[in-house]
Structures are given as C-alpha cells and as structure tokens.
Design a protein around this ligand. Structure first.
Ligand code: NAD
Length: 440
C-alpha cells in the first residue's frame, strides 16, 4: 500500500521503516527541516536499536522516502498516519496543536479515498475533532475520507521489535473502508498470528490511555511497597516475585526503583486524568500514581542526603541518565529529576550514560559528564544507579570501590547483589530492601 507518515519521531520513524519492512511504500514527512536533512544524509535523529539498519534498508530499496513537504508526502497515499507529538500543556491536558496542524496539512492536499489514522496518543474524542476539521477544510471530500485510531504500544529501546512483532494491534474505526484498509496494511503480521482487536474509535483512544496508566500504576504500586518494605525490614524484590507469580497479577512492571519517566507515562497519566475530569468523572487514583512516582526520586535523594550528611561540595555520580536502558531519550528521566534535587542541595553531580550523555548535558548544563563509569566514580562520595543499563552488571566492583572517595552506593534500580556489595566493602542502599551493608 502507499502510506504517508506525518511526524518522524520515536513513533513515526519506527512506524515508517517497519511498514516498509512489511512490504509497503512509505513517505515520511516532518515539520522539522533539519530532521529531514539529517535523514537524507543517512543520519538518525535518535538512538533506537536496529532502527538505523531498517531505515537504511528502506531508503536503499527506494520504498522509504522522506520529505518536509507534506503536500507531496501525502499525495496519493491510501493511509496517512498522524504520529506527531502530544506533549502536556501547563494544565496537564494533551496539547493537540500538532495533531490539528497535521490534519489540516493533510486535508489541504488530500485527493480522496484516504484513511487518516491517529497513532499519536490522544484523549478520547480527538478523532471526532479530526473528522470535523477534515469536513471544514475539505467539505468536497466529506464521504471520501475515513478516520481510524491505531494507538502505538511500542517501547523505546525495543521499538523495532515491538512494531514487527507486536503483542496485538488495536484498530478503532467506524467505517468498513477504514477497517478494511487497516487489515490490508497489517496483513503480514496478522498472517503470522498477531491478534487484531477492532473497536469503535473512542474505545481505542481510551484503551491506550488506560493501558499506559495501568502500567504506571503497577510501577507506583511497587514503589509504595518499597517505602513500606524499607520501614518493615521486608524485601520488595521478593514481594514482587510473590505478586508476580500469581497469574492474575503478572510480574512485569513490578520493579521498584526510581520510578517511571519518558515521553509517555508522565504526560499520558495527566492527560487521562484531565480527560476524566472534563467528562465529569474524578479519577484521583491517577494523581496518586504520579505522586508516588515523584516520591520515588525523593526517597533516593533522601538516601544520598542521609549517607552524606551535607550535600555541599560532595561529588555524586549518577550511573545512567536515560529514562530507561537502550535509548538516548532523557525526557522526564528520573535520573535528571534526581540530579536537579542534588544540584539544588549544593552537590557536584557527574553523570555517565552509554547513549544519553549529550542529551542530558543539553537539558541540564550544570551536570558534569564522565566518559565511563570509573571516570564518574573517581573521587565520588556516592554513586546512584539510575538506569539499569546492562553494562552496569559487568562492573569491576573492586576497581569501583578503590576509585571512590567513599564506597557508598544507592541502587535506584536494585541492579546489584546486596550481599556481594557488602562483601566488597560498600555501604550499599538498595530500594525497598533491607540494608545488607548499612552506612558506617
Ligand atoms: N515515544 C514512545 O515511546 C511512544 C510510544 C507510544 C506512543 N507514543 C505517542 O506517539 C506520539 C509521538 O511520540 P514520539 O515519541 O514519536 O514524539 P517525538 O517528539 O519523538 O516526535 C514527534 C515528531 O513530530 C514532528 N512534528 C511535530 N509537529 C508536526 C507537524 N505539524 N507536522 C509534521 N511533523 C510534526 C516533530 O518534529 C517530531 O519529529 C505521542 O503522542 C506519544 O505519546 C510515543
């Protein structure tokens, strides 16, 4: 099929390259000319495992094209995906300016017979606004343009795999034309047994918010348990194992730590709560999820303060700056939230991340950047493990201990083994676990 993708970010670029891999011809457009120029030069605007290769395959084969000209981008497309950002406004609502802009850009250049698909995460009711906008801009295409909602469930760091082997595909639509086009589009995945869930549009929109909010809720539940375990002398990792061994609960997203971050959960939970309020339903559970998430960062900061007494002049090394491993995305990263608190307390904060250091420095210029873990740890009074990068599992812990001013580790991801850390001589504070190696 001929497909256009508007917005070439973490979702749009992965969607574009994946749809080419499924056999379609894709034209991707973005309002950011620099991004288009970079893609034309063979560069990548962000790091995502396997994506550069997939994009290169598509462009080399001539079936994946990029343009900053939406008119030519959407011309002749049978399906147009809207993948632009939906950030938070000051009040927590989803900012849908880019969605409207993309809709208008498409509508002005539409030729008829197209299915417009919202893939961006949007509040229930947005498709209806898209439809109205299409009617206003192009009344002539009233019965020839169709709307669908196909929320994206990819995870950064595993986005390519998630797009090519999804758990399920969700399509909300209200016309046979839209359903038919989406079935054709995803036929190669459906033939491999991938489950397709078809609903009305509002249900698909709401299900995406509900899904993200529920995952965030699981994380916050475990973080609240961590606070409780710390007070009760219990071990939250074992508690999570017990919970997770119950098939009704499931083990995923029960890891206590510094909490969630990234471009999705924080803004989507707020937007979901705002949507509920607008619809006349109070949903304070969602606010509580966000509060517990903030508390997780504060709890780690407290451990650092507790261990160092005063922060002034102390050197604190943060291992991991990305909001999660295998990405260079630092948007709403708990590591940076922690860095801000420690800097405000007068500490010198140095960070190391295998991929996200440049982005982190740009977002927080006071942050010093180290070239590797040992560089970060040298003369540090405390290390905080903020992101569970795999390479942190293979550290030379003796060397780490020796380069530090004081061997004190706060493990914000429960990555290391408490007994080993105690044996090597670290003061070691995990998250929600009894202190195997308490402070001197
Ligand atoms: N990042 C994720 O893991 C993820 C997962 C699932 C869903 N989502 C949702 O998908 C949407 C996009 O997220 P993202 O992470 O890809 O965002 P992003 O910020 O990485 O990318 C958005 C892109 O849209 C472009 N853009 C903005 N306005 C435009 C316009 N009017 N016309 C053309 N291009 C425009 C920007 O230049 C940018 O390249 C959001 O609604 C997000 O919540 C994100």
């Amino acid at each position: 099929m001929r497909v256009a993708v508007i917005g070439l970010g973490h979702v749009g670029l992965v969607t574009s390259a994946s749809l080419v891999a499924l056999g379609h011809d894709v034209r991707g457009t973005d309002s950011d000319d620099e991004r288009i120029a970079l893609l034309h030069d063979g560069g990548m605007p962000f790091f995502e495992p396997g994506l550069a290769e997939l994009v290169a395959e598509g462009t080399t084969g001539g079936r994946l094209e990029f343009t900053s000209d939406t008119a030519s981008g959407v011309a002749d497309a049978e399906v147009v995906f809207i993948c632009v950002g939906t950030p938070s406004t000051g009040t927590g609502d989803a900012n849908l300016v880019a969605v409207e802009q993309a809709t208008r850009d498409f509508a002005r250049n539409a030729t008829g017979g197209t299915v417009v698909v919202e893939k961006s995460t949007v509040p229930a009711g947005t498709a209806e606004r898209i439809r109205r906008t299409l009617r206003v801009v192009r009344p002539d295409l009233r019965d020839e343009t169709f709307v669908a909602c196909n929320p994206e469930f990819l995870r950064e760091g595993r986005a390519v795999q998630d797009c090519l082997e999804p758990d399920r595909i969700l399509v909300g639509a209200d016309s046979p034309e839209a359903f038919e086009a989406m079935r054709r589009l995803y036929e190669p995945l459906l033939n491999k047994g991938c489950r397709l869930i078809e609903t009305d549009i509002a249900t698909a929109e709401l299900a995406k918010h509900a899904s993200n909010a529920f995952l965030a809720l699981k994380i916050s539940y475990s973080n609240a348990l961590a606070r409780l375990c710390e007070r009760a002398g219990a071990d939250v990792v074992s508690v999570a194992e017990v919970l997770g061994s119950d098939a009704r609960i499931g083990r995923a997203f029960l890891d206590a730590g510094l909490g969630y971050g990234g471009y999705c959960f924080p803004k989507d939970i707020q937007a979901f709560e705002r949507l509920a309020a607008k619809l006349g339903y109070q949903f304070p559970l969602l606010r509580e999820v966000a509060r517990i998430n903030d508390e997780a960062v504060e709890a780690a900061a407290d451990k650092v303060r507790e261990g160092l007494w005063n922060l002034e002049g102390k050197r604190v090394a943060l291992l991991g700056l990305a909001f999660k491993p295998d990405t260079d995305d630092i948007r709403f990263s708990p590591a940076l939230a922690l860095a801000e608190r420690l800097l405000a307390g007068g500490a010198r904060v140095v960070g190391y991340d295998p991929r996200a250091a440049t982005n982190a420095k740009e977002a927080l210029p006071q942050l010093e950047i180290a070239v590797d873990v040992y560089d970060a740890a040298t003369d540090a009074d405390c290390i905080v493990i903020c992101t569970e990068w795999r390479e942190f599992l293979g550290l030379d812990l003796h060397r780490l201990r020796d380069v530090m001013a004081h061997p004190f580790v706060v493990d914000g991801r429960n990555l290391l083994d408490p007994a080993t850390m105690a044996e090597i001589g670290f003061a070691y504070h995990a998250t929600g676990r009894p202190a195997a190696a308490p402070l001197p």
